[in-house]
Design a protein around this ligand. Structure first.
Ligand code: SF4
Length: 254
């Protein structure tokens, strides 16, 4: 069972998310977690925060005790499995999509359908494997017919994503598609306007308060499957992420 503290934190984050959706600026009560200290870009980080094992346990605890048994919105009635997300518990890079699709709901894993296979190739093009990053969605249950997430569903499920990011403490986020970008950035701008430059995601839930994480919005792999001519733009976005992480671009010489 979740502790009273974690329940209080979850309630606070839910309130903050609701305030953000309504455009309100709340006064912070719980200070955000300190940003980990990183060593030289491109190398493993050495912060004094929780170990990878502790992060893995925290993520598992969140999944087992809260997400897997969650009935906070109506999607609980139509899901086959919850989809928590998977990857490295201390990943430097986290990809966030909008919601599980048919195959993800069937398997209980994030991004394993056709779009997921394209994402795997995009990650590989960056010189990484899926085990080195973390991949998840805003919603943990599939909306019927793969419709867009509803506002009340994002409000109900958003705190789980915020908790995941608090635990993992990535250095960079990639928002895949408009729903993820709009949720994390609290904006109504289109993905076409947002992509191509870094924005700031505030784990505190309040823009401008506390440390932020650079966030690159880009096209969702499902959109890229329907519009392959846009792949070049997505690759431009991912190369900027590589630069920020200190990863070598494939077309650059050392
Ligand atoms: S979508 Fe999120 S809030 Fe809704 S039932 Fe699933 S886990 Fe709970």
């Amino acid at each position: 069972m979740p502790s009273e503290l974690s329940q209080a934190k979850a309630a606070l984050r839910q309130q903050l998310l609701a305030d953000r959706m309504l455009g309100l600026k709340s006064v912070p009560i719980v200070p955000p977690a300190p940003r980990p200290v990183h060593v030289e870009a491109g190398k493993a980080r050495t912060d004094d925060g929780p170990s990878t094992k502790e992060k893995a346990e925290s993520l598992k605890g969140l999944d087992d005790t809260q997400v897997k048994v969650c009935t906070k919105c109506s999607l609980a009635q139509t899901r086959t499995h919850t989809v928590f997300g998977q990857g490295h518990p201390a990943a430097r890079l986290v990809f966030v999509g909008e919601a599980p699709g048919f195959e993800e709901d069937r398997q209980g894993l994030a991004f394993v359908g056709r779009a997921g296979q394209l994402l795997t190739r995009m990650v590989a093009a960056m010189g990484l494997t899926r085990d080195e990053v973390f991949i998840c969605n805003v919603l943990k249950c599939r909306p019927p017919g793969n419709r867009d997430p509803a506002a009340d569903e994002i409000l109900a499920c958003g705190p789980y994503l915020m908790e995941q990011l608090q635990i993992i403490q990535p250095e960079v986020l990639v928002a895949l598609g408009a729903p993820a970008a709009k949720t994390l950035l609290n904006t109504a701008q289109s993905i076409g306007k947002l992509r191509g430059r870094f924005h700031e995601y505030y784990p505190s839930g309040m823009e401008g308060f506390g440390p932020s994480i650079p966030l690159m919005p880009t096209y969702h792999p499902a959109y890229l499957l329907r519009n392959p001519s846009e792949k070049a733009k997505a690759w431009e976005d991912l190369q900027m992420v590589m630069d920020l992480l200190g990863l070598q671009r494939p077309n650059k010489t050392r």
